[in-house]
Design a protein around this ligand. Structure first.
Ligand SMILES: CCCSc1c(F)c(F)c(S(=O)(=O)NC)c(F)c1F
Ligand SMILES: [Zn+2]
Length: 263
């Protein structure tokens, strides 16, 4: 299995070729969350998010997803509590989605796929001074994952959806202010699964404490269709490729235990 050797079996991925060797390679993400194998941990506290919409700066297409970036030069937008020992600063959030509503999430729950997955990326500002430093450390990052299901329109998401046509191509960026990411969290953030994993895009470093929300949020089919109108390619490329299926293939749990904050 991939866990024993230092080499992760190279799995073809529509977007990028999995590297042959990943440092460690035994705590990669995403994974399937097998509910009956998860272990309830009564010590897990509720998550405490404290986001300041004023720290929202820009939205840009990085050629793999679109990122909403926050000013992380101070502790204005943070998450703490849950499984975390330290306070973590929000640096950006982004999504992963499919070309069809039938798939698109990175994590699954008992193999159930969701249409998309939101990732709120935070770095440990108690121990490190920059994201670039924290991304290399075991306890460096904390990512909140939220599943998206197609259903009713998400009013809070619409402001973000309306900005997407301006960043259709790779490396396009527009100003984006006063967006409160808390509006994208489900009403219940006390129930989540947590495990130690990695980034799901290069550099794939094993520095992430994952907190995957049990409760999903709903977005409309039309809102998700605008995600799919984005392009992987920059304006000068001959062949334009639609930004869809920007999720990584699932990785081996390698004996890891997923803990739940709920019984
Ligand atoms: C050097 C990364 C720049 S920011 C970023 C990102 F762009 C991204 F896509 C993911 S992810 O692995 O895809 N989702 C957790 C991250 F974790 C990130 F931190
Ligand atoms: Zn992500």
């Amino acid at each position: 299995a991939a866990c024993s050797s230092k080499y992760v079996l190279s799995q073809m991925h529509p977007m990028w070729q999995e590297p042959l060797a990943i440092p460690g390679g035994d705590r990669q993400s995403p994974i399937d969350i097998v509910v009956r194998k998860s272990v309830y941990d009564s010590e897990l506290k509720p998550l405490v998010t404290d986001y300041d919409p004023q720290t929202c700066q820009q939205i840009w297409n990085n050629g793999y997803s679109f990122l909403v970036e926050y000013d992380d030069t101070t502790d204005k937008s943070t998450v703490k509590g849950g499984p975390l020992q330290d306070k973590y600063r929000l640096c950006q959030f982004h999504f992963h989605w499919g070309e069809s509503n039938a798939w698109g999430s990175e994590h699954t729950v008992d193999r159930k796929l969701f249409s998309a997955e939101l990732h709120l990326v935070h770095w440990n500002s108690d121990k490190y001074s920059l994201f670039e430093e924290a991304v290399m450390e075991e306890n460096g990052l904390a990512v909140i994952g939220v599943f998206l299901k197609v259903g009713k329109r998400h009013e809070g998401l619409q402001k973000l959806v309306d900005a997407l046509p301006a960043i259709r191509h790779k490396n396009s960026v527009v100003d984006f202010n006063r967006f409160d990411p808390a509006c994208l969290l489900p009403s219940n953030t006390d129930d989540y699964w947590t495990y130690h994993g990695s980034l799901t895009t290069p550099p794939l470093t094993e520095s992430v404490t994952w907190m995957v929300m049990k409760q999903h949020i709903e977005v409309s089919h039309d809102q998700l269709a605008v995600f799919r109108s984005l392009l992987f390619t920059s304006a000068d490329e001959e062949v334009q490729k639609g930004m869809v299926n920007n999720f990584r293939v699932q990785q081996s749990p390698c004996g890891r235990t997923v803990r739940s904050s709920f019984s």
